[in-house]
Design a protein around this ligand. Structure first.
Ligand SMILES: [Fe+2]
Length: 278
């Protein structure tokens, strides 16, 4: 082989290696969003964690817990698929994570499809509640966070049954109070039509895992469950006619059969702030 060709091959090989190394990096990241509202008089910091699937974040989940601690949240919201249905992903690790979070912050939880797929969703809800998180399944609670009154509503995954799911959605919508900042915690991002026009200020979801493979700036996700190829709600912030939908790319790492690519797992921080006068 000519020297020039050998150099070209070597350079290509190194470039490919670097691309793979960077793309397959699954170190935890933090993604921040800011949501303004005239209903607030001061800031509130929310941390949204979704799709943990029992994944390993170091000894006692310290890697994850330290990142959450550094965000100084007022509330921690768990958006489903925290527990996985496969035996290789330990349920106890998920539950211990919930417990550790709940010892430190107020924690609210809704189910995802994988909790239903365990076939023991009621027992999981009960256990999560026993570990100190508030389980929301078609209900709203009034909370005060950083001195701000909030209405926090949560619904199950649609695996609860379509009719029951619609009923939960109707129940939380009926409970809304116009002057209080309202949050809908839900696992599914693709059900945008069901969330639009209900009057929620903020909707938070997960499930899509960021579309698994990304090319930031070019392709925001290749494939997501219930959305297919090039999923429109793979991760990010979306305006649903007055409701801001924020979709977390989630925390799943070793649980996925296909590795994430340019799509590191993320802790989502949502800073709620009073409206700035224009
Ligand atoms: Fe899911």
């Amino acid at each position: 082989m000519k020297k020039r060709n050998r150099n070209l091959l070597l350079t290509g090989g190194i470039a490919l290696g670097l691309l793979l190394w960077a793309g397959l990096d699954t170190r935890l990241t933090v993604r921040e969003y800011t949501v303004e509202s005239g209903k607030l008089t001061g800031p509130v910091r929310l941390v949204l964690l979704t799709d943990l699937h029992g994944c390993d974040y170091g000894q006692d989940q310290r890697e994850l817990l330290d990142v959450v601690e550094a965000q100084n949240p007022d509330l921690v919201l768990l958006g489903g698929d925290i527990v996985d249905d496969e035996a290789r992903m330990p349920e106890e690790r998920s539950l211990a994570t919930v417990e550790a979070l709940a010892e430190r912050w107020p924690v609210y939880y809704v189910t995802g499809n994988h909790e239903f797929w365990t076939g023991r969703v009621d027992a999981i809800r009960e256990e999560i509640s026993r570990r100190g998180a508030v389980v929301l399944a078609g209900e709203c609670v009034q909370v005060t966070a950083a001195g701000q009154p909030l209405q926090l509503c949560g619904i199950d995954d649609p695996n609860v049954g379509e009719r029951a799911w619609q009923r939960q959605l109707e129940d939380v919508t009926a409970a809304l109070e116009e002057d209080t900042f309202s949050i809908l915690l839900t696992h599914r991002p693709e059900r945008v039509e069901d969330y639009t026009g209900r009057g929620f200020d903020l909707a938070l979801a997960g499930h899509a895992h960021g579309g698994q493979w990304r090319l930031p700036g070019l392709i925001n996700g290749l494939l997501a469950p219930n959305q297919g190829l090039f999923p429109p709600y793979a991760g990010g912030s979306y305006d649903l006619e007055g409701t801001t939908l924020i979709v977390s790319r989630g925390l799943a790492r070793e649980s996925t059969r296909v590795p994430r690519f340019f799509n590191p797992p993320e802790v989502v921080v949502v800073e709620l702030v009073p409206e700035t006068k224009k």
